[in-house]
Design a protein around this ligand. Structure first.
Ligand code: TLP
Length: 348
């Protein structure tokens, strides 16, 4: 019997649930560029309320949400402090430079989590002939460090320090709901001192398309202008908002299951001689492990896993990433573990 692939490449692969599809079919819509899509207006109000912010804005992607925020906080020629493996630094095609004229000042942190003292040391001196720091961007959870978390005390310390230095803080919270579940703290509290926030509807929450950005009323009004400038003004977008409203109700309570699946994968990998990982570091839905000891590269491991119907992504020459999500159940996880055992057995 044909078994569908166990797709652990990303939580972006999640498909809308039956309830989302029903809501999409029945959504009341209007022209959102005129502000007349009632379902989108409802989503933007609901999200602002959930994060205890003045306003929010739907954007087609997380990348656009980050770019709009950066463009609003950073003047051309200014610098953005971020972690070296941050999505804005490595996976957004240098849009901060190409489209906002800003320049990354990346700092390396092995677990992806920046400390205030690292950030403070990277702030440029206030001298007219030196490019100036405009923004600090933090990523919670940190994707390419393996879904790692900023403890709230650290987020607060970074925000307070940055504000005292006259800087803004942007939170790339693509997976902030995962952080919220893992830390047992509301998304509002986790982002309360950040000047702008982006989170994704289309990852672990399972909506088909979109992300949201949040901030003050003024920030969101300006963000709406930049979104239109970038070609992101959309029309009867209530069909997407309807799915997002369902996703926000349905998905957060089940993210703990994804985290348990990731932990199960990490613990199984820790027992395989071909893999290196510290399972205690896996606290959300992302598992990144080293495959050097298997004698294979990440690309070879991924292609061999593919033969077993298990999809993973190579994120560095010897690093493989598995991301758990609502479309992979416990049986799928066990199937992935069996495939990993076969593929990672060291070459005789
Ligand atoms: N991440 C994707 C890839 O682009 C790597 C993934 O599969 O994890 N911030 C963070 C922290 C992200 O992980 C991503 C997407 C984004 C921003 C961008 O979101 P989209 O894909 O909606 O532009």
């Amino acid at each position: 019997m044909y078994e569908p692939a166990v797709d652990l490449r990303s939580d972006t692969v999640t498909r809308p649930s039956p309830a989302m599809r029903r809501a999409m079919a029945e959504a009341e819509v209007g022209d959102d560029v005129y502000g007349e899509d009632p379902t989108m207006n409802r989503l933007e109000e609901r999200v602002a309320q959930l994060f205890e912010r003045q306003a929010s804005l739907f954007v087609p992607s997380g990348s656009m949400g980050n770019l709009i925020s950066i463009k609003l906080w950073a003047r051309p020629g200014s610098e953005i402090i971020c972690e070296q493996k941050a999505h804005i630094n490595q996976y957004e095609l240098a849009s901060m430079a190409a489209l906002a004229g800003a320049f990354p000042r990346p700092i390396s942190a092995p677990d992806g989590i920046l400390t205030w003292s690292q950030i403070e040391a990277a702030i440029r001196p206030k001298t007219y002939y030196i490019s100036q720091t405009a923004l600090v961007s933090i990523e919670n959870t940190h994707n390419m460090a393996g879904g790692t978390l900023y403890p709230i005390e650290l987020t607060d310390e970074i925000c307070d320090g940055a504000h005292a230095a006259g800087l803004r803080v942007h939170l790339d919270g693509a997976r902030i709901f995962n952080a919220s579940v893992a830390l047992g703290m509301s998304v509002a509290r986790l982002s309360s001192r950040c000047d702008s926030v982006m989170f994704s509807l289309s990852k672990g929450l399972g909506a088909p398309v979109g992300s949201m950005i949040l901030g003050s009323r003024e920030f969101v009004a300006q963000a709406r202008v930049i979104r239109k400038m970038l070609g992101g003004g959309m029309r009867q977008v209530g069909v997407l908002a309807a799915a997002a409203l369902v996703a926000l109700e349905e998905s957060p309570p089940r993210l703990a299951e994804d985290h348990a699946h990731a932990r199960r994968l990490a613990e199984a990998l820790a027992g395989m001689p071909g893999a290196s990982i510290d399972p205690r570091a896996v606290r959300t839905n992302i598992v990144i492990f080293d495959v050097r000891n298997s004698g294979k590269t990440a690309a070879e491991v991924c292609s061999a896993l593919g033969q077993f119907g298990v999809l993973a992504s190579g994120v560095e020459t010897y690093a493989v990433r598995l991301v758990t999500h609502r479309d992979v159940d416990g049986k799928g996880i066990e199937r992935a573990i069996r495939a990993l055992e076969e593929v990672l057995a060291p070459r005789a």
